[in-house]
Design a binder for this molecule. Structure first.
Ligand code: MG
Length: 251
């Protein structure tokens, strides 16, 4: 069941998602060699609460932190802790907020200090693949047109899209229908119409698309140990086309 959002609901979601953008901006300022992922979590939690919102991930299926922090070969759902970032690492930060009953969700991957050209390329390909997906989110298109746009761009650039985790509808729940895969043929699935709000979130690997979950039951890593990047925006389809609600200069 797809819940279309009214203009008033989209306004509320703009507020929840703007905070996600602010937190990602703050992360871009503080991420540097020497900081731990646990410190990033504390800073993000404080930032979310300073806007009167709640961290949506804390306690979600018992997740123990306010952000997901996934380093290098970690794809998503990394648990913040004592790991200290080193020059040349890349780190994906996923942020969820809840404000006045509505959710915000967004993610970005950052370089730590100076990173390799290969790592920078992976980050750029992932960020641009999200833009391609968003551009395909138009009235009259089908849901899988978004999936296809993401996959085509990623594979053209010799990277791979993760299959096991997908984007999602969002609103009064963090995860709503429909699922939004980052792969598949165009022209399938839901007919896109005004009022649909989804989180589009390509997870892109430098090597194989296959992943596995670590013993902590959360951290998803690439099966071949290659680097992975993740960008996510919550996007509403309005009368002027797709509107990015998690707006920030980061993604
Ligand atoms: Mg999400």
């Amino acid at each position: 069941m797809i819940k279309l959002k009214s203009a008033r609901e989209i306004e509320l979601m703009r507020d929840a998602n703007k905070i996600v953008g602010e937190v990602l901006q703050e992360m871009s300022r503080v991420i540097k060699p020497g900081i731990t992922t646990g410190m990033l979590d504390k800073i993000a939690d404080k930032c979310i609460r300073s806007f009167g919102a709640e961290p949506a991930f804390l306690g979600y299926h018992n997740f123990p932190a306010s952000i997901c922090a996934s380093v290098n070969n970690e794809v998503v759902h990394g648990i913040p802790g004592l790991r200290r970032l080193e020059e040349g690492d890349i780190i994906s930060i996923d942020v969820g907020t809840r404000l006045k009953g509505y959710y915000g969700d967004g993610a970005a991957t950052f370089g730590v200090g100076k990173i390799s050209a290969r790592a920078q390329k992976l980050i750029d390909v992932t960020r641009i693949s999200l833009q391609k997906g968003i551009e395909a989110m138009q009235e009259g298109h089908r849901l899988s047109d978004i999936s296809y746009a993401v996959q085509a761009y990623v594979e053209k650039n010799n990277c791979s899209v993760v299959r096991n985790y997908v984007g999602h509808g969002i609103g009064q729940e963090l995860h709503e229908e429909p699922q939004v895969p980052n792969f598949g043929p165009p022209g399938r699935g839901l007919l896109l119409q005004r009022g649909i709000v989804i989180a589009i979130e390509p997870m892109v690997n430098a090597g194989t698309w296959e992943v596995k979950v670590l013993q902590d039951q959360w951290t998803v890593v690439t099966a071949d140990g290659s680097l992975s990047a993740h960008f996510e925006n919550t996007v509403a389809l309005g009368e002027n086309g797709p509107e990015i609600l998690t707006s920030s200069e980061i993604n």
